[in-house]
Design a binder for this molecule. Structure first.
Ligand SMILES: CC(C)(COP(=O)(O)OP(=O)(O)OC[C@H]1O[C@@H](n2cnc3c(N)ncnc32)[C@H](O)[C@@H]1OP(=O)(O)O)[C@@H](O)C(=O)NCCC(=O)NCCS
Length: 136
């Protein structure tokens, strides 16, 4: 029998611009550009990234990225990654961060998998790593 509730949820997810349900329960990836300013700043602040101290520049930079992928658990923004690219051969991944309490659950990896799929076939994928995350 058709599950009306889950069909409606799926329609709502698509309407909200969500692009991929992740294996981890309740976590979804989105390419929406209209990220709530306060949630973005909270994510950067929680990770101690200095860009949080330049909110307008940070928000403009993210919106101007070639791709912007965010991870959500319900209404909570739990992770984010962006890319800069020439659109054909080279892609560069400047920002990738996950809320500390959600780190180590596969969210950062899923954001990168999505990016790699999106830019498959490009000759150069350049990831800039924080010193504490070089292995990642
Ligand atoms: C680095 C970060 C984005 C990874 O996201 P995450 O959701 O915690 O990572 P995942 O759970 O998807 O882990 C994916 C893999 O990377 C490894 N990994 C995760 N964080 C790591 C770190 N800081 N250093 C080394 N390896 C790391 C995991 O062990 C896992 O490996 P496995 O697949 O072999 O088990 C996240 O920990 C974070 O936001 N850190 C603070 C900000 C930062 O350093 N950003 C990275 C800039 S390059």
């Amino acid at each position: 029998m058709r599950d009306l509730l889950s069909d409606d949820r799926e329609a709502l997810r698509l309407a909200n611009g969500e692009i991929e349900s992740m294996e981890q329960p309740y976590t979804t990836l989105s390419e929406r550009r209209d990220l709530p300013d306060d949630k973005v700043i909270a994510l950067y602040s929680a990770n101690g990234w200095s860009a949080a101290k330049k909110p307008q520049e940070l928000l403009s930079a993210l919106r101007n990225s070639h791709s912007l992928v965010s991870a959500w658990i319900g209404e909570q923004l739990v992770g984010l990654g962006n890319s800069l690219s020439d659109g054909y051969l080279v892609v560069y991944y400047p920002h990738l961060l996950v809320l500390p309490m959600y780190q180590g659950r596969g969210i950062g990896g899923r954001i990168m998998e999505h990016m790699k799929l999106k830019y498959r076939g490009f000759h150069q994928h350049i990831l800039v790593a924080d010193g504490r995350a070089v292995e990642f």
